[in-house]
Design a protein around this ligand. Structure first.
Ligand SMILES: [Ca+2]
Ligand SMILES: [Ca+2]
Length: 209
């Protein structure tokens, strides 16, 4: 749910509670993946999850944004757009009176189960090559072929190319499936080059699984 909000509404709705509502909730560390060099500053949750696997819970309860110098959007005088927690934070230059956005960092609050849970990464898996219809590294197939090795409901997935270990989000390819509960699929037909790179994946599971 995207809402265009004035600074006053944003301050009231989303940034009034700078600490977690429940004392047992926890905040993640701060993330800054984007600079306001183009049309604005965008700190997207999906992108952050892929760039920092295991660092953010799958369904954050709240989001907080501050400038790198520590000001709230209200204090910085910026009008921001925020999709509560599912896609993160956007400051668009075109929405600003002065046409400029500050550089923001964001953090998320996570529910108690996540706070107490330390995430452990599995080994890397590479079960398929993109020589057929694409590179199919689905969680179902990987679990079937590696019994007992991967938890049923992973919290995170990390995907890199098999050769240079380039994170999938930086290869510019279009992915059919890319999430911790289904795994990863790159279909050749979705690429302008008609072929996917070869990827390997690993998952974040509760430690002790
Ligand atoms: Ca930023
Ligand atoms: Ca592969």
């Amino acid at each position: 749910m995207i809402k265009l909000l004035s600074v006053a509404i944003v301050a009231g709705l989303f940034f009034a509670s700078v600490e977690p509502n429940d004392a047992t909730d926890c905040w993640t560390e701060w993330f800054d993946s984007s600079n306001p060099s183009g049309t604005g500053d965008r700190e997207n949750l999906d992108k952050l999850n892929r760039k920092y696997p295991g660092k953010i819970c799958p369904t954050p309860m709240d989001i907080e944004a501050k400038t790198l110098s520590g000001l709230s959007p209200e204090e910085a005088g910026d009008v921001i757009e925020i999709s509560e927690t599912d896609s993160g934070f956007i400051c668009r230059k075109r929405d600003q009176p002065d046409g400029q956005c500050n550089d923001y960092k964001v953090r998320f609050s996570c529910p108690p189960p996540y706070c107490a849970e330390i995430v452990c990464l599995t080994k890397w898996y590479d079960r398929d090559q993109p020589s057929g219809s694409g590179d199919w590294e689905t969680l179902g197939s990987l679990r079937n072929e590696n019994p007992g090795e991967i938890c049923e409901n992973p919290l995170y997935i990390e995907v890199v190319t098999t050769d240079a270990m380039i994170p999938a989000i930086y290869t510019g390819e279009n992915f059919f499936t890319f999430n911790p509960t289904k795994g990863f699929v790159c279909r050749n037909r979705d690429q302008s080059s008609n072929t996917c790179k070869d990827y390997k994946v690993r998952f974040g599971c509760p430690c002790g699984y």
